[in-house]
Every structure is written in structure tokens, then in C-alpha cells.
Design a protein around this ligand. Structure first.
Ligand code: EPU
Length: 443
């Protein structure tokens, strides 16, 4: 893994049309939700990313039969023979989204034995909302070292009030309640597009779910649900990242599938910077023409429909090169400014106080050796590398591969100078800055 890295060189302005893959944060929970059913489901537009492969491995461990055709983005999952509810620590530690199987396992079997989840290091990332909600529904949850044991002879429908609209807790409680007799209400629920897509998935299975404004999800339990066919929605975060990459290099790109209505505050901020945005009919499709003189803008992250925390790090790169000073406040995660240290290595001027970064725009960033510590930091550093003078070498590419399907190829097609040197390539023991890059991914 240490030998894997991205090499990025200053890129000419990105130009062209980009296609989107299926949304990572929708596909993982959709795969988990199939545990509620018995039979064969078909998912389309499934991205070929490391997290998807982990979720497939998790379902296989529980007894599901899975066929994945990455070239067609087609996933067939047969859950007929799922007969286990124990997920190994090895799988749980690799991905926080693995906690999302707890709700479906409790609903299907009344049992779930899972290790505490791992994933990106974005602070302590507790799972107390998940566990307290399950307890309220009648689940006995015991912890034995790193292992959690959930037991419920019968789940009980309840009103569950979330102190914060957690995406994962909302999804987990919904999945636990679709087969629970009575009416479950999730008050202060998350309503991210990926949560709404899960509602569509569960309704296709036969679940009864409604949204009561402003943010209560009402689930009326049904006796059984059935397998489905479903197309994963386009990744709004990949769309946002591509637009930022175009803006950072002074380019012009179009993304015909981009869901503009799921990116409103983000697009507003790009426009406030001076970038020219055009949105297609019915809010689908976004074109960006970058301004030559971007102005710094301030923003704070918040639950949907606010500014998405997953675009905070890439958007910070644009502020590093904009005229003026911007203030970025991260309110969703307690530790999601780790990329600041790496951007500083590239010449950025940033002062961090608690969860707020104050950025003073500079004339130029410079290539450096940087380390990605989470999925979105990896994206930010790659974009910074495209805008920076010289060569950037980014390690920590396992995060890049967890979140995106060959994003480096997509960027290269638009004109970015970016290459992935993968750990599957031959071992290379020479120092990073002396290595030749063995794998050029410019299509
Ligand atoms: N929180 C708690 N207790 C809980 C659950 C959450 O305190 O039991 C806190 C978290 O620590 C965090 C906040 O609530 O400070 C929000 O967390 P949330 O539960 O909403 O996030 P998540 O479900 O763990 C999903 C995405 C993240 C995305 C967030 C916010 C998936 C697989 N992950 O995480 O995606 O940032 O929602 O939108 O859907 C990424 O894609 O890089 C990523 C981290």
C-alpha cells in the first residue's frame, strides 16, 4: 500500500463533458438494505470502488450470492440463503458504512453481532444514535470488547427523536422498522438525497414510508418485503468535485447527469466566487465556465440542503487561490480539517481555530508530497495538485479508491495531468521523488 500514490502535475484548463458514476453513499446502504429481502435483486449504475467491494464481501460473509459486473455497473444479489448475522471485525473495521447492516439484520433475524465500525477518521464518530434508537425499539445491545451483540425477540414501533439529523442513524432505523408492526416515527430525520433514495428502494420492496414535514419519517410496518431492481442515483459529490476541478484549473465543463437541485447551496457559492453556472432543464445537468478572477467566499457545512461536508475540503482548495479571505466552518464532523496541514505544504495560507479555517488567498500553490487521510481530503489534494505549479505526489490513495471509480481517468479525459501508481504494480523501493511513474492513466 505504501507504494501506491497519485502523481499530479499542473494541468491545463479542464474542458469537455463528464459522466457520473452511481453515488457511493447511496449504493452502500442500498446493498445493505437487500438483507431485508429473500431472493434476487438487481442494482444498476453500481460504482466499482473499494467500499462497494467491501460491502459485497460483507454480504457474502452472511451467505448472500453476489455477481458483480463492474464493466456494466451491474450487481446481482441473491439473499435467499442469508443465514448468518455475525460480521467479522476484519470487514467492519474497513468501512464505517458496515454499521448499516445492523438494522436489516435485526429486522430479519432479531440478531446482529458486529464489530465496531472503522472508516475515515473524521473525529470520534460515535454510533450512539443508532444504538440508543435500537434500544428504544426493544433491542438488547451488549458490548464485548470491540464487538456489539444486538438481540430482540420482537422489535417495537416507537417515536424516535434524533438529537442531530444523522444520515446513517436515519437509514438504520428506517431499515429496522420496515418489518416492525405498528408505526415508527423518526423525528429530526436526515433528508439527504441518498436517504430519499433509500426510501424509494424500501418502497419498491413493499415498505410503507412517508415524510411528514418538516423532517419526520413515518414508517408503517409490513409483514414482508420483496427483492427489487433499482438504478443507483448519480453521485452529486462526484459532480461537485469535477466542477471544483474545472474551476481550479480555469476550465469549462458540462456534466449532463448532474443533479443541480441536490447541490443548490454549493452552486450558489461557486456563483458568488464569480464562476458562471448554467443548469439544464428540470434541474438536471450543470455547465461551469470558470472565472479568471475568483473571489473568496465563506460558508459553513450543514445537513442537507446546506453546504455538504463532503465538498468542504475540495471547495477549500478554490478559496486558497481566490482573491480575499474566506472563513470555512465545519459543523458536521468534529475533525474534518486534516487536509489543511497538507494544503499548507503546498503554500496555502490557512489558520485553524477549533473547527473554523480562515483562508487568505495566495497567488499560487506549489507541488509537494502530501498524504490523504480521508476520501474527500484525497479529492481536495488531487485538485490542489492540478492547480499547483510543479509536481504533487499524494499517498493515502486507498481513500481515493474507496470513494471513487477511477476518478483519475475521468479527470485525465478532461485534460488533467494525473496518474495513479497503484500498489498492484511492481514493488518500487526507490524514494518517492525519484520514482518513475509506471502507470499513466490518460485515456
Ligand atoms: N453522530 C453521532 N452519533 C451517531 C451518529 C452520528 O454523534 O450515532 C454524529 C457524527 O459523529 C457526525 C454527525 O453526527 O459528527 C453526522 O454524522 P452522520 O451520521 O450524518 O454521518 P454518517 O452516516 O456516518 C454519512 C456519509 C458521509 C457523510 C455524512 C454526512 C455514508 C456511508 N457516509 O456518514 O460520507 O459525510 O453522512 O452527510 O453515507 C464520505 O462520503 O466521505 C463520507 C464521510
Amino acid at each position: 500500500m505504501q507504494n501506491a500514490y497519485l502523481k499530479i502535475e499542473q494541468s491545463s484548463p479542464l474542458q469537455g463533458v463528464a459522466e457520473l458514476t452511481g453515488a457511493k453513499n447511496a449504493v452502500l446502504v442500498t446493498i445493505a438494505s437487500l438483507l431485508l429481502t429473500s431472493g434476487k435483486s438487481v442494482l444498476r449504475n453500481v460504482p466499482y470502488s473499494a467500499d462497494v467491494l467491501q460491502m459485497i464481501a460483507l454480504l457474502e460473509q452472511l451467505g448472500a450470492q453476489v455477481i458483480f459486473s463492474p464493466e456494466n455497473h451491474l450487481l446481482e444479489v441473491d439473499t435467499t440463503h442469508v443465514n448468518k448475522w455475525h460480521v467479522s471485525a476484519e470487514i467492519m473495521k474497513k468501512m464505517r458504512a458496515s454499521i448499516l447492516v445492523m438494522g436489516p439484520l435485526l429486522a430479519r433475524f432479531g440478531y446482529a453481532d458486529i464489530a465496531l465500525p472503522g472508516g475515515c477518521v473524521l473525529g470520534t464518530r460515535p454510533i450512539d444514535y443508532h444504538l440508543n434508537s435500537f434500544r428504544k425499539m426493544g433491542v438488547e445491545v451488549a458490548q464485548d470488547g470491540d464487538f456489539l451483540h444486538g438481540r430482540a425477540s420482537q422489535l417495537c414501533a416507537q417515536k424516535i427523536v434524533l438529537a442531530y439529523p444523522s444520515v446513517g442513524a436515519t437509514e438504520n432505523i428506517m431499515m429496522a422498522s420496515v418489518l416492525t408492526k405498528g408505526v415508527t416515527r423518526i423525528v429530526n430525520a436526515a433528508l439527504e438525497p441518498e436517504v430519499l433514495d433509500l426510501i424509494e428502494v424500501l418502497k419498491k420492496m413493499g415498505a410503507h414510508i412517508e415524510i411528514a414535514p418538516p423532517a419526520t419519517i413515518v414508517i408503517e410496518g409490513v409483514q414482508e418485503v420483496h427483492p427489487i431492481e433499482h438504478t443507483i442515483l448519480s453521485d452529486r459529490l462526484e459532480a461537485g468535485s469535477l466542477l471544483i476541478a474545472a474551476a481550479a484549473t480555469g476550465g469549462s465543463i458540462s456534466i449532463p447527469q448532474a443533479p443541480a437541485d441536490a447541490l443548490e447551496v454549493f452552486l450558489l457559492k461557486l456563483e458568488e466566487m464569480g464562476h458562471h453556472i448554467t443548469v439544464g432543464e428540470h434541474e438536471v445537468g450543470i455547465t461551469l465556465h470558470a472565472t479568471k478572477n475568483p473571489h473568496a467566499v465563506s460558508f459553513k457545512t450543514s445537513p442537507y440542503p446546506g453546504f455538504p461536508t463532503d465538498l468542504q475540503a475540495p471547495m477549500m482548495v478554490l478559496q486558497c487561490l481566490a482573491e480575499g479571505t474566506s472563513i470555512i466552518e465545519e459543523t458536521v464532523f468534529e475533525n474534518r480539517l486534516v487536509h489543511v496541514r497538507e494544503l499548507e505544504k503546498m503554500g496555502a495560507q490557512i489558520v485553524v481555530h477549533n473547527n473554523t479555517a480562515t483562508i487568505t488567498g495566495v497567488e499560487a500553490l506549489y507541488g509537494a508530497q502530501v498524504i490523504a487521510s480521508d476520501i474527500r481530503a484525497a479529492c481536495a489534494l488531487a485538485i490542489a495538485g492540478m492547480a499547483a505549479k510543479g509536481t504533487t505526489i499524494m499517498t493515502g490513495v486507498q481513500h481515493w479508491k474507496r470513494g471513487y471509480e477511477s476518478l483519475e481517468k475521468k479527470l485525465a479525459l478532461l485534460g488533467a495531468h494525473i496518474w495513479l501508481h497503484d500498489d498492484e504494480d511492481e514493488m518500487d523501493m526507490t524514494p518517492l521523488n525519484e520514482r518513475s511513474i509506471s502507470k499513466q492513466i490518460r485515456a
